[in-house]
Write a protein that binds this ligand. Structure first.
Ligand SMILES: *Cc1c(COP(=O)(O)O)cnc(C)c1O
Length: 382
């Protein structure tokens, strides 16, 4: 049913195209609010910063996790108040901190001394939270965010103390279990580590009240995923067990807010045979939105009109003159897949168009908004 609709849209709008359904994003938002106690949602803007998505979340009352001046400017221009933004990037330009502060933002993430000093001199008295790293969870996430981000519990305690000395206001601790994480236990382990910092802070006379659990909730690609509700349950229980039930729980969903709201349609522009390998090339690739395929993200793929055909192994590649532009070296596609077929990549609403370039002069997918999933499909099946 969805494919029929996508085919029509691809005809009308051309390919590549990312079709997004705002109703799905609304459901995702409401599910999180309903399932995590005492929570506040800060949408990670980098996952998909299209204005229609930002406007919807603005109207739903969402808060926003931002990483740069342009993201802040975009939200301000849409009327989002500065107290609904958290500057969550631990690597901020000093001039961006100045801009944020002048525009009323008072909440910043840190994982180093120098970042604290930058904030203290450019955004005095602001709220800060310290990010810890989640070593050991890399294997459970398809897109790990350790090493580059966060720091040890011991160092985090030192940073809390230093922040206080610099006249800043340490309000809590954040972590990120890695994007597309498959193990709910990981949130429990991280919250237990956070509790150590809370206790030490208390001993220093600093009362913190916020745990920022980052993102990491998965979207259904090729592998099975835990239910979002299950992860929410682990968060609720761990907060009560290790921190206290009055704690403010910040969630920063990116992938899980928008991923399942989108489907990308591309056209096959060439099929070739190299030795034993069957190659299929589409009009969008690694440089045009399918960037995450080069790590571990394995999208579900179908060829419209050939859903029931038997499959064989293909190499799936993009259209540019760069050999990095290969999405999958071994993917099962219908045997007769060929030029002018429409290839759909499902659940591609997050981290696709945001990574798009116009490398080689090739246009990245446009985004259009349509009612795609859920209700209409159910009606058709009745
Ligand atoms: C990217 C990012 C997120 C979103 O993570 P997802 O796994 O996409 O939900 C949340 N918080 C921070 C600080 C991030 O950098």
């Amino acid at each position: 049913m969805i494919n029929k609709k996508l085919k029509k849209l691809a005809k009308n709008f051309g390919t590549p195209v990312l079709v997004m359904d705002l109703d799905v994003i609304k459901e995702n938002y409401e599910k999180l609010v309903k399932n995590v106690k005492n929570s506040r949602i800060y949408y990670a803007v980098k996952a998909n910063s299209h204005v229609e998505i930002l406007k919807l979340l603005r109207d739903l009352g969402s808060y926003f996790d931002v990483a740069s001046k342009p993201e802040i400017e975009k939200l301000l221009s849409l009327g989002v108040e500065p107290h609904r933004m958290s500057f969550g990037n631990t690597i901020k330009k000093a001039s961006d901190i100045v801009f944020a502060y002048e525009n009323g933002i008072r909440m910043f993430a840190v994982d180093s001394e120098m970042e604290l000093e930058k904030i203290a001199s450019n955004a005095p008295s602001s709220d800060i939270y310290v990010r810890i790293s989640t070593n050991g969870m890399e294997d459970d996430a398809d897109w790990p965010l350790t090493r580059k981000f966060g720091t040890s519990v011991d160092h985090a305690i030192k940073l809390v103390k230093y922040a206080s000395k610099l006249g800043l206001n340490p309000i809590g601790v954040s972590f990120h279990v890695g994007s597309q994480n498959y193990r709910p236990d990981n949130w429990q382990v991280a919250i237990r580590e956070v509790s150590v910092i809370f206790e030490e802070a208390k001993r220093m006379g600093i009362d913190m009240y916020m745990v920022n659990t980052g993102g990491g909730m998965p979207v259904k690609y090729s592998k099975e995923i835990p239910q979002i509700e299950e992860i929410c349950d682990v968060i609720n229980k761990s907060i009560v067990e290790y921190i206290g039930e009055d704690t403010l729980v910040v969630l920063e969903p990116g992938r899980s807010m928008v991923g399942n709201a989108g489907a990308m349609v591309t056209s096959v522009i060439l099929r070739s045979k190299k030795g034993d390998e069957n190659w299929v090339y589409t009009d969008a690739g690694v440089f045009h939105g399918l960037t995450e395929t080069i790590q571990n993200i394995k999208y579900e793929v179908e060829v419209i009109g050939k859903e029931r055909e038997s499959k064989c192994s293909f190499v799936l590649a993009g259209p540019t003159c760069d050999s990095v532009d290969v999405m999958y070296y071994d993917i099962e596609l219908p045997e007769s897949t060929t030029m002018d077929d429409l290839l759909v990549l499902y659940n591609t609403g997050a981290y696709t168009t945001e990574y798009s370039t116009n490398f080689n002069g090739i246009q990245s997918p446009k985004i259009i908004f349509e009612k795609l999933f859920v209700k209409e499909e159910m009606v058709e099946e009745v």
